[in-house]
Design a protein around this ligand. Structure first.
Ligand code: BES
Ligand code: MN
Ligand code: ZN
Length: 508
């Protein structure tokens, strides 16, 4: 949806010709003497409208208003979370109706981040998956929105940040939603390559030969059982001088997870097309970086492959050698995410990163622990953990830190290799993180387990785009003193990385 920012107070909103006027009303509204204030006061006095977050009152035509439709939406305390809830409900009510455009305004001065929350919610609520749906459903008529604020200058930066982030969230949702036969490793690589059309972004894609030559034995082991070739995607965003150490984002890109020989039960197995949501979130973050152009450097790494059972597939008990040189006994082929991630983490060392964050739909155990509300966070650095937690709160994309005591790694011991890939059922999200930590000793590291938050099941089945909001917020927070606009034009990053020996061939 096209969203613009405009100056609008209540009298101006009352006079505005628009198919639909959405007014966000917080607790303690004090009416002025304009027509809109009169409507709000009347609706509250009658008991038909309450300012509780998410409450709506929809009317068609109202005396003294130029708008065709009026929607009052309660936003409770006026906080960002309440604004998001209200706007989401309002867009759901208007979609499928006749209104082609919507004007949103605040009955009281918007609080911190209210403009961002409203703008992102408009975009999020109007996204519809279409790629494989044919023409069955006509697209919604609601295509345009105006966010009205009392002072445009004060809201401009927040508004731009919201639009950039929303583009990233939408891209992540789109790729995550596509079925596995429409989002193969090669197609994901194509999506990454398309991002490199933006100034400041560069993309390299490695295929099976390059990955074998590098010695990524754990990643290769997972890909063996599939007819789809693996891809290793390296994205680079250069918004700061080359000397500035990058943040490296590593996204799990299992485009379908059958479990392999340790095959999963049939029920809901289709949802394992979402096992590349970590990868999709990395693509989404780069889309947002292309828009927002912050003065930082970021590298994105995506090991992408399918996990399939086959005559050539890895078997329980097989031992493979990872890029780090550590040998791994694969006791359960369904614990494949950590196998592709461990080689990507070792690869990350070459960028001499300031921090490495991996993002993965890693464990069912994390879904049991935290459900769909907060992503699981693990970190080797308290400062990094704190920054990610705070970013999650600000972005309304929260996470919760879980422990990494060494005792949790006991179960990963084996007589046949340096480490086993599973440690038993208790604390499954933690043992998975302990496995990854063995490959993340060379830098500050955090791991986001998004198994519960990256998509929704049931009737609303679909990707959420999380944790793009959290990650973009964290990255923007790294820009301490913004350089003048002219100095912030992103440069094309140099191919090959810090000490890359890889001669990457074009693959897609
Ligand atoms: N992709 C799954 C994790 C998952 C499962 C995410 C269900 C969301 C919903 C991962 O590859 C996996 O299969 N993990 C196993 C690990 C186990 C074998 C130690 C799991 O969680 O069951
Ligand atoms: Mn699995
Ligand atoms: Zn998986």
């Amino acid at each position: 949806m096209d969203v613009e920012l405009a100056r609008l107070d209540l009298p101006a909103a009352a006079a505005r010709r628009t198919p639909a006027l959405l007014v966000l009303v917080a607790d303690g509204f004090a009416p002025g003497d304009d027509a809109l204030s009169a409507w709000i006061a009347k609706a509250r006095a009658s008991g038909d409208f309450k300012t509780e977050a998410g409450r709506l009152l929809h009317s068609y035509g109202a005396a003294g208003l130029a708008a065709e439709r009026l929607l009052l939406a309660g936003v409770g305390d006026g906080g960002a979370a309440a604004v998001r809830k209200a706007v989401t409900a309002a867009v759901a009510a208007l979609r499928g109706g006749g209104a082609a455009a919507l004007t949103l305004c605040f009955a009281q001065a918007p609080g911190a981040r209210a403009v961002q929350a409203a703008t992102q919610a408009l975009q999020d609520a109007s996204y519809r998956y279409q790629a494989t749906r044919g023409k069955a459903e006509p697209p919604s008529r609601l295509r345009r929105a105006t966010v009205g604020v009392p002072e445009v200058a004060a809201a401009r930066a927040e508004f731009a940040r919201a639009l950039g982030t929303a583009q990233g969230v939408t891209l992540a949702r789109e790729w995550a939603n596509r079925p596995a036969n429409h989002a193969t490793p090669a197609l994901l690589a194509g999506a990454a390559r398309a991002l490199a059309k933006h100034p400041g972004i560069d993309c390299q894609v490695l295929g099976p030969k390059e990955v074998a030559k590098l010695g990524m034995g754990a990643f290769e082991a997972v890909a063996r059982g599939s007819g789809e070739e693996l891809r290793f995607i390296v994205l680079r965003y250069g918004g700061a001088p080359k000397s500035a150490a990058p943040v490296v984002l590593v996204g799990k890109g299992i485009t379908f997870d059958t479990g392999g020989i340790s095959i999963k039960p049939a029920a809901a197995m289709d949802e394992m097309k979402f096992d590349m949501c970590g990868a999709a979130s990395v693509l989404g973050v780069f889309r947002a970086l292309a828009e927002l152009k912050p003065a930082i450097n970021v590298v994105g790494l995506v090991p992408a492959c399918e996990n399939m059972p086959d005559g050539r597939a890895i078997k329980p008990g097989d031992v493979v050698t990872s890029l780090s040189g550590q040998t791994i006994e694969i006791l359960n082929t369904d614990a494949e995410g950590r196998l592709v991630l461990c080689d990507a983490l070792t690869y990350a060392e070459r960028f001499k990163p300031r921090a490495v964050i991996d993002i993965a739909t890693l464990t069912g155990a994390c879904v049991i622990a935290l459900g769909g509300v907060r992503s699981g966070l693990f970190a080797s650095s308290d400062a990094l953990a704190g920054a990610l937690q705070a970013a999650g709160e600000r972005a309304l994309d929260p996470c919760w830190r879980l422990p990494l005591d060494d005792e949790y790694a006991e179960g990963l011991k084996t007589n046949f290799a340096d480490v086993a890939n599973v440690g038993g059922r208790p604390a499954g999200a933690v043992t998975a993180a302990k496995f990854l930590q063995r490959f993340a000793g060379a830098f500050d590291w955090a791991h986001l387990d998004i198994a519960g938050t990256a998509w929704k099941g049931g009737a609303a089945k679909g990707a959420t785009g999380r944790p793009v909001g959290l990650l973009v917020e964290y990255l923007l927070g790294l820009v301490e003193a913004p350089a003048p606009a002219a100095a912030r034009t992103p440069r094309k990053p140099v191919k090959g990385g810090a000490k890359s020996k890889t001669k990457a061939k074009a693959k897609a």
